[in-house]
Design a protein around this ligand. Sequence first.
Ligand SMILES: *Cc1c(COP(=O)(O)O)cnc(C)c1O
Length: 337
Amino acid sequence: MIDLRSDTVTRPTRDMLTAMTSARTGDDVYGEDPTVRALEEQVAGLLGHEAGLFTVTGSLANMLAVRSLVPAGSELLCEAQAHVVRAELGAHAAVSGVTTRTWPHPRGLVDLDALAGMLAPDAGPYLVSTAAVAVEDTHNFGGGSVQPLDRLEGLRRLVTGTGVALHLDGARLWNAHVASGVALAERARGFATVSVSLSKGLGAPVGSVLVSSADLIATAREWRKRLGGGWRQAGVLAAAGAYALEHHVERLADDHANARLIADTLGLDAGVVETNIVVADVPDATAVVATARAEGVLVGSVGPRTVRAVTHLDVSTDDCRKAADVLARAVDPARGA
Ligand SMILES: *Cc1c(COP(=O)(O)O)cnc(C)c1O
């Protein structure tokens, strides 16, 4: 099977496993795991922040960030297909009492005009007040789109002096960095909190890192423990992340090239595939997924007429060429129907 359902399906490589088994460890709840601490410091440094917190998932990193920025009963603004509002099972409401309002954008991008009309930092005693805006870079359901830097700059200007904070869901910020050539810290500039995944394109088995100020991270560390996310000799997992940071960032360019190859075979418009995610409109997503599966290619449907293929470390250019042909055949008869 050529598995393009997600970049989360990668298995740790032999060298990554070696790094894991030789990691120095300690009890991380006591703050004594040297490998975890080194990873947290390294990622904070890369993103231009003071401190980091290693978490089991990106969802937990986002939950800790959002609850730190948004008091219960206040709102978070985000794009309508954002992971925080579509794919975290309502955690921010269910656990933290946060409400959300969304703006729609076909590629998940920041919409400054919409935001200018929505921001309500001091809505008074009858309406919900805005505490934060979340941005996703790259945007998953937006097709791996990279947020344009001028919109991020516009967003920073829009919230300056309003008291509204910015959260960056950077599960695939590595892809945005490699695709744009813009430094991670520059892409993360002005965001109070940033979450990044190690278990997506970077290929680690587990883990995300939340970065922010030292104070905010200290509070987030308490909440991580309160929510049951404290862990002990987590250095074995952090070692996989550190290995991935050293060996698996620049190679994301290969995943991007493979995704473009699939997009070209499917005849998608040039430029719609910016990173490792191919989102294609088809007449019947369930049928395309089933036909492709019967021919050894796994893709996902993210809507009744939308299929998604994600390239990653465990699929070669040859795999992607084969998968593209299978997908093109699966889509074509459906198109004719
Ligand atoms: C995958 C992902 C996350 C975090 O997912 P987990 O499965 O909880 O690690 C967060 N945001 C985006 C955009 C994602 O794609």
